[in-house]
Design a protein around this ligand. Sequence first.
Ligand SMILES: Cc1cc2nc3c(=O)[nH]c(=O)nc-3n(C[C@H](O)[C@H](O)[C@H](O)COP(=O)(O)OP(=O)(O)OC[C@H]3O[C@@H](n4cnc5c(N)ncnc54)[C@H](O)[C@@H]3O)c2cc1C
Length: 528
Amino acid sequence: MVYEYVLAGVLVSLLSSVFFLIINTTYSEKKEDVANVSETGVFLATEIEKSTDVVIVGAGVAGAALAYTLGKEGRRVHVIERDLNEPDRIVGELLQPGGYLKLIELGLEDCANESIDAQKVFGYALYKNGNDTKLSYPLETYSSDIAGRSFHNGRFIQRMRERAATLSNVKIEQGTVTTLIEENGTIRGVMYKNKAGEEMRTYAPLTIVCDGCFSNLRRSISTPNIENPSCFVGLILENCELPHANHGHVILGDPSPILFYPISSTEVRCLVDVPGTKVPSVANGEMAQYLKTVVAPQVPHQLLKAFLAAVDKGIIRTMQNKSMPAAPQPTPGAILLGDAFNMRHPLTGGGMTVALSDIVLLRDLLRPLSDFNDAPALCDYLESFYTLRKPVSSTINTLAGALYKVFCASPDLARQEMREACFDYLSLGGICSNGPISLLSGLNPRPISLFLHFFAVAVYGVGRLMIPFPTPKRMWLGARLIVSASGIIFPIIKAEGVRQMFFPATMPAYYRAPPVHRRIETRTKLKC
Ligand SMILES: Cc1cc2nc3c(=O)[nH]c(=O)nc-3n(C[C@H](O)[C@H](O)[C@H](O)COP(=O)(O)OP(=O)(O)OC[C@H]3O[C@@H](n4cnc5c(N)ncnc54)[C@H](O)[C@@H]3O)c2cc1C
């Protein structure tokens, strides 16, 4: 009897072990399936991450150029762009020669040629109180094709999108990205609404956010500090010749600068700066009135008729000018680029040059990596990007911010002296015009050169005040001029980061090696 109970007990425990084993195996198989399927039933993470290397948000200047560049490097790229129609905007119409050189490095120079009726730009003409001076880009040492380019921004972007779309490993999709997908502090991809309005997700080991100046995604991966110094009011002038063909024209106007430059063989763009965040209303005619009464009297006489005709035509566009130093929060799996990352006043037309220069740098940094799957290691490595980009970006940013302040009219006598001194310094020619214009053009973006020229202008201004002889009043004004100049440039330099700007080689991030190499190094060290 006892023997039968023992046998039954052994059998029961054996059967229950088999039962639990079966249940457990089935359950864990199910668990694996669940991990790969989202609540919406879309196949997720691991599988899809394997089919895309990079998700790019936005196919504007930065996103389109980046998609082509990474695609050409053999990366599998998924671009999501809110509107794939040709943009019609007043931004990004003059590419500096330094930016054009970057476009060549990316193999995209034919996106800014005759096929979009792009115009070559050889320098600037500066106007103040009826006087003018011409500043030519120092292009003597370059081939004849190298110059600035001006064009319709939409045509340029559309060409770059088309080029990217020719690559079989680049997928460009119309959709609006709503959120970055984050998992334990790592960005895994994005959620977006596709053209049909459906909620979609896409995953990749690296997400690059290029959603422009109004970015609503940048907050997740940076600490933006945005300033809105002024607005640009845009008009297109037809049937007119610029006083200096193939040159940008800057009028040191009152209250602030007015720009003219060609954007096709028949059209000239006019951008009127209006300080502050509010502009006169276009709808009720206040803007037309402002342009006719305040701006028109300052327009060079060769352009006046076309300017008034453009005002009467009524196609007047406005755009807020923003400035934002780069303030990255290195985040595994994601990086910001273009205006989403860093902005400066558009007076000097430097935004596209910075974006293209960043793309060249990022491409070169990513090149040694076979994949981007080790997100923390990649994030650590890409910190070098923020330092290596500084000499170019900080020079262009600082120049834009400083020049805008110097070029604005002011009731302050010291600021007026600085503006006069700047115009006269640039008119001196030689190194006094070559130096600043090569900084502006992006051909020689060296922070120290910018700093020296800026203070040379201030010292030149003080020197002028001492002639024919110094009086206490003039000496006091000279001292105020130096203080005012310092008050303009030092806050901008501080925001850019003094050490990163002037001594990037002292930053540890400057020397980061690609994770693959570091892994090899670590392994070698361990063996030793
Ligand atoms: C008035 C003005 C004039 C300027 N003039 C010049 C100039 O002459 N020269 C110069 O070099 N720079 C100029 N700039 C700066 C220049 O325009 C920018 O630096 C440049 O366009 C930045 O490129 P980007 O790709 O970052 O942004 P953009 O070119 O604006 O592209 C952003 C893209 O992202 C898309 N997008 C936005 N949100 C989403 C989303 N949620 N999902 C999907 N897609 C999205 C947009 O549709 C757009 O296509 C000017 C700026 C202003 C304001």
